[in-house]
Design a protein around this ligand. Structure first.
Ligand SMILES: Cc1cc2nc3c(=O)[nH]c(=O)nc-3n(C[C@H](O)[C@H](O)[C@H](O)COP(=O)(O)OP(=O)(O)OC[C@H]3O[C@@H](n4cnc5c(N)ncnc54)[C@H](O)[C@@H]3O)c2cc1C
Length: 300
């Protein structure tokens, strides 16, 4: 990131929330479950499926986990009632991972059990490196009990190849979303060079596919999309061995191109009242949009 972009990113916290909301609203379905359901209906009509994310991260008291669990259970029920093509994505720090491992495990277990009853699926998002080991441990414990749970691996993490190899050894079949990784990590734990991150991304996808596991290729980077098309071609695999995943509001044209190629595309649909942290993270990731926010703030 160049100096100007860094400066823009540092300025974001100074911008009033109303302006951030206006620009970031394309990345968020809205504040309520009804808002998310409407967005998913239109995505399904376009030929995409979805994964719902109730916004919120890192709770400080156990009681704060309860509304999140309730909201996710309601979301699973609504998906079923409305016959939508969607599953859920959950962040474990929102369910108490940093407070009490077993408490968090029980919360996720409730969701995976409800999803199982409804023939649905729970994706455990991957957060920053202090919680990687416990996140994988949660997945692995639940995968022994249920087949409808998956996790996420980040290509920027130096440990990721070893992590997926271990999970592949432990379980006959795993369902893994591969992404680049969004948190700021020290160099000891994460690659910093984008070329290495991209190569590692392709390596992780290849390892999983070659060993017969299901992959969610979560990216908007067309180079990686192309590399995945090539891999499917080289391995002579059917196109339903993976799905592409993209964030709501990002590169809708690429979404349509991938669908046209005959692949499944799942859109990540965040909603909820805690939209600010999510929005600013996405803006920091994309300085061009952040620049637009700052310009509006300064009245240019
Ligand atoms: C479905 C999904 C789930 C994810 N889950 C996780 C997770 O659990 N843990 C985690 O750490 N990370 C997660 N991420 C985020 C991911 O790690 C990356 O930070 C993010 O996707 C950007 O990487 P990229 O592969 O799109 O490549 P990049 O090289 O960052 O971007 C490729 C192109 O897409 C554009 N682009 C990318 N992001 C945006 C944006 N927000 N707004 C506008 N344009 C954009 C870029 O400008 C660029 O042109 C997820 C991403 C997706 C798509």
């Amino acid at each position: 990131m160049n100096i100007l972009n860094k400066l823009i990113v540092w300025t974001i916290p100074l911008v009033p929330k109303t302006i951030v909301h206006k620009v970031a609203s394309r990345y968020i379905a809205g504040e309520t479950l009804d808002d998310a359901i409407q967005v998913i209906k239109s995505l399904n009509a376009e030929g995409c499926c979805a994964t719902m994310d109730v916004l919120g991260e890192f709770i400080k008291r156990k009681e704060e986990a309860e509304p999140a669990v309730e909201e996710y259970l309601r979301a699973l029920d609504r998906i079923e009632q409305e016959k939508l093509d969607a599953n859920i994505s959950v962040k474990l720090t929102m369910l108490g991972l940093k407070l009490d491992f077993d408490f968090c495990l029980e919360n996720v277990r409730n969701m995976v059990q409800r999803a199982k009853n409804l023939n649905n699926f729970v994706r455990i998002d991957m957060e920053d490196s202090p919680v990687t080991t416990d996140t994988l441990k949660t997945f692995s414990t639940l995968r022994k009990e249920f087949d409808n749970v998956g996790f996420v691996i980040q290509a920027y993490m130096r440990r990721s190849l070893t992590d997926i190899q271990l999970e592949m050894k432990k379980h006959k079949h795993i369902n893994v979303r591969v992404c680049k990784g969004i948190y700021i990590e020290p160099r000891e734990v994460a690659y910093k060079d984008m070329a290495i991150i991209n190569s590692n991304y392709n390596l992780l996808v290849a390892e999983l596919l070659k060993n017969g596991h299901y992959v969610g290729v979560a990216t908007h980077d067309e180079k990686l999309v192309w590399a995945t098309f090539k891999l499917i071609h080289d391995l002579k695999l059917p196109k339903d061995k993976l799905e592409f995943q993209m964030l709501l509001g990002v590169d809708e044209q690429l979404r349509r191109i991938i669908i046209k190629e005959g692949y499944k595309v799942r859109v990540y649909v965040p909603y909820g009242r805690q939209w600010y942290a999510y929005s600013t993270r996405r803006l920091k990731e994309n300085p061009q949009i952040a620049q637009h926010v700052i310009k509006r703030f300064l009245g240019f």
